[in-house]
Design a protein around this ligand. Sequence first.
Ligand SMILES: NC(=O)c1ccc[n+]([C@@H]2O[C@H](COP(=O)([O-])OP(=O)(O)OC[C@H]3O[C@@H](n4cnc5c(N)ncnc54)[C@H](OP(=O)(O)O)[C@@H]3O)[C@@H](O)[C@H]2O)c1
Length: 247
Amino acid sequence: MHIKARWSSPGELLIYGSYLARARAGDEAMARLREAVSGLDVGVLVNNAGVAKPCAVYLHEADVEAWVRMLRVNLWALTEVTAAVLPGMVERGRGAVVNIGSGSTEAIPSFPLYSVYAASKRYVAQFSRSLYVEYRSKGIDVQCQAPLFVETKMTTGVAGSRKRRGILSSLMMPTSEAYARAAARWIGHGPLCMPNLGHRLQWCLCNAVPDRLLDVHRLRENLRQRALFQRLRSARVNGGLPARKQS
Ligand SMILES: NC(=O)c1ccc[n+]([C@@H]2O[C@H](COP(=O)([O-])OP(=O)(O)OC[C@H]3O[C@@H](n4cnc5c(N)ncnc54)[C@H](OP(=O)(O)O)[C@@H]3O)[C@@H](O)[C@H]2O)c1
């Protein structure tokens, strides 16, 4: 309700970037995208689509095509969708763009074994910050939201089973519903935010720890994840588990 009242009139549409990011081929995709949004009044754009695969690997362990697939969604689609909706927002003198970045580029100094993912999210933060300055006087709020871990498909293997999770871990790693509620409240409040309280507490804690220690800790954690994913992959190859869909 708050979002609609502030950025959209009742006839306007709120859209999510993920649906538009599905188109694959560059120019053709952009032409289809422009056509799709030309008749729409987009009040709030949420660029949520994101890919973290290949997960927990050294850079040389994945094919270049896999990195390109990741960048196409995390960086290219987000840029194109934003560029396509801005003219309408400028014309109406209002609107909001929310780009989902990552706390991995804000709260900690490195995110080893996810180097391309983290670099793509750094782009999101910097892109959003500059657009915030460019479009603020035109009535458009551009914001990067930078969550730490949220319980979603992306973090399967990082999160424990929900049944086993206590209050503290729920605060530190909220469900997607809890995160979305906090996220909606933060729209319009500055160029960068970390909507979840538990995430902000972790950010504060990280600020008190020397970068070198955070680097060591993160590498150890992500190596642990790498070992887990390798075990899951080999179990799958050996027929122990059903194959999972690639994002
Ligand atoms: N979960 C976390 O801990 C966490 C932390 C920091 C940042 N983030 C960011 O939060 C955002 C949402 O991630 P999530 O955790 O909800 O992950 P998720 O469960 O894996 O969902 C990813 C979303 O991206 C969409 N998507 C992926 N590839 C796409 C493609 N080629 N074309 C169109 N849509 C595509 C998916 O659509 P379908 O479902 O239709 O495939 C889905 O809506 C991402 O930008 C992620 O980087 C997540």
